[in-house]
Design a protein around this ligand. Structure first.
Ligand code: BES
Ligand code: MN
Ligand code: MN
Length: 466
């Protein structure tokens, strides 16, 4: 029997090579031209599960991109871990800001990753982190160290809102039955500061269209006399936040959970260096909701952001035009106990009410999901805590994240089990940005930590039964 550290050390080059192969397939879920690539990625994931020791692995078609399911059941009386991850990635745009092509992985050193990092779209979010679980399974099965049953559910639509995963779960509740859901699709505070994500924000993603005159007009002949939809849209958007950066949609804060002073003080103990944060982003000052710290603004408070805005002439040179239409994509990050459908309705009603008579507005909802918060006084958290303590030599810090994995709240509701979010990415890994990367140290440390979770979880669960 080899211990996990040795096993990782002996096989690390192959682990990196295999991930690189997976990263070469452009599994961009948002773009229908890549449908075949998503299928190919699903096939590759399925094969990797079989190679790692799953006795069953299958591809489930959905109305969208397929879900890969795999399992190894060793004993019905033992607990079952369900691993969730996603094999789809964000579009790589803007392409010209990549230092190497997004689907042609290269290894380079960075300040945070002196051991090297793999640069490619999806390296950290989430192919690299998902694949840690496949390699952890390989270690456990090849060395007779799998202490419980394991199931995998790897989807291809996370980056576009997991539209069909709810449907898949609903249809396969029996198959997906488990004792804990394990996910690596978040980050950690720092390499020397392991952390477990205990909160995720919800999301409500909207699109608005403002229409003025029935055609583009000459901005000299009509300008000043006919409403310009871009001007109007800008004013409408600007009014959505007041001078304290409070969101002005009536009822928006009604269900926002307020944390006690004691809870806020506890959260503020997490290491955070504001000067370093500003320096890394090359900004002079941060901004945000009055009365809250930067960490709080980016985790336990809701937000409203324009993600894209367009209309009129954006080509080379200058064209004098008063456009007929203007558009924007607007997202709101939500916290418990806000309901994303209710917030989408409140937004729609308010945005429509803001429009002057000179324009028409159309508001549509793209997708959304509920926020997620988990307590830390649970058996599941304790198992994760013990796994990190063993791998890192210190206890992890529980941390609320600002990101969203909308399906997590649904998992708990439908499958009635707790979720553990074991993330190994760093904030500097540039997920969703050009030059996304994943540290090789982080990748290998993840592979090393995961089997320890299985071990501690099974031990605690068996002890509870007695
Ligand atoms: N893995 C991320 C979410 C994440 C990243 C959570 C880092 C915490 C820390 C996930 O793939 C993601 O990008 N989610 C989307 C939401 C989705 C509906 C498009 C997001 O947060 O924007
Ligand atoms: Mn992800
Ligand atoms: Mn993502």
């Amino acid at each position: 029997m080899q211990d996990i550290k040795n096993y990782v050390d002996n096989h690390k080059d192959r682990f990196v090579d295999e991930l690189i192969q997976l990263l070469k397939i452009p599994s961009i879920s948002a773009d229908s031209r890549y449908k075949k690539d998503l299928l190919n990625t699903a096939e590759a994931v399925k094969q990797s599960l079989l190679d790692a020791g799953c006795e069953l692995a299958e591809i489930h078609e959905t109305p969208g991109h397929p879900v890969v399911y795999g399992e190894k059941i060793i004993d019905k009386d033992l607990p079952t871990v369900l691993v969730y991850g996603h094999y789809d990635v964000q579009p790589p745009d803007p392409l010209d800001l990549w230092e190497s092509p997004p689907f042609d992985p290269v290894i380079k050193e960075t300040a945070s990753h002196p051991e090297g990092a793999i640069f490619a779209r999806g390296a950290c979010d989430d192919k690299g982190q998902m694949y840690m679980h496949v390699k952890a399974l390989e270690y456990m099965t090849k060395n007779d160290q799998l202490p419980c049953n394991v199931k995998f559910m790897i989807e291809g639509e996370e980056e576009v809102g997991s539209e069909h995963l709810g449907w898949f779960i609903e249809k396969n509740k029996e198959k997906l039955q488990n004792d804990v859901i394990l996910i690596s699709d978040t980050g950690m505070i720092a390499k020397e500061t392991p952390s477990i994500t205990t909160g995720l924000r919800g999301l409500s993603y909207m699109e608005v269209e403002v229409t003025g005159p029935n055609r583009d007009l000459h901005s000299g002949l009509y300008g000043g006399a006919v409403a310009n939809p871009i001007n109007v849209l800008s004013k409408m958007i600007a009014s959505l936040q007041d001078e304290n950066n409070h969101i002005t949609i009536p009822g928006f804060y009604d269900d926002v959970k307020e944390y006690s002073e004691a809870e806020r003080e506890k959260m503020a103990e997490a290491p955070f260096d504001l000067e370093d944060y500003k320096k890394k982003l090359n900004i002079e000052e941060v901004q945000g909701e009055k009365g809250y710290s930067t960490l709080e603004r980016a985790s336990i408070r809701p937000t409203l952001d324009v993600n894209g805005i367009w209309g009129g002439y954006t080509g080379e040179g200058a064209k004098t035009v008063l456009p007929s239409k203007a558009f924007a994509k607007i997202s709101m990050r939500l916290v418990s106990d806000q309901d994303w459908k209710k917030i989408s309705e409140l937004f729609t009603k308010h945005f429509e009410s803001l429009a002057p008579k000179s324009v028409k507005v159309k508001v549509t909802t793209h997708h959304g999901g509920q926020a997620y918060v988990t307590p830390i006084d649970t058996l599941e958290y304790k198992a994760a805590n013990d796994a990190y303590a063993e791998a890192f030599g210190k206890d992890p810090i529980p941390q609320h994240s600002g990101g969203s994995i909308p399906i997590v709240a649904l998992f708990e509701k439908e499958l009635k089990s707790k979720t553990i979010l074991m993330g190994f990415g760093l904030d500097t890994d540039a997920i969703h940005s050009p030059n996304e990367h994943f540290g090789i140290w982080n990748y290998l440390k993840g592979i090393e930590t995961i089997p320890l979770f299985y071990k501690h979880f099974t031990k605690l669960k068996q002890a509870e039964k007695k």
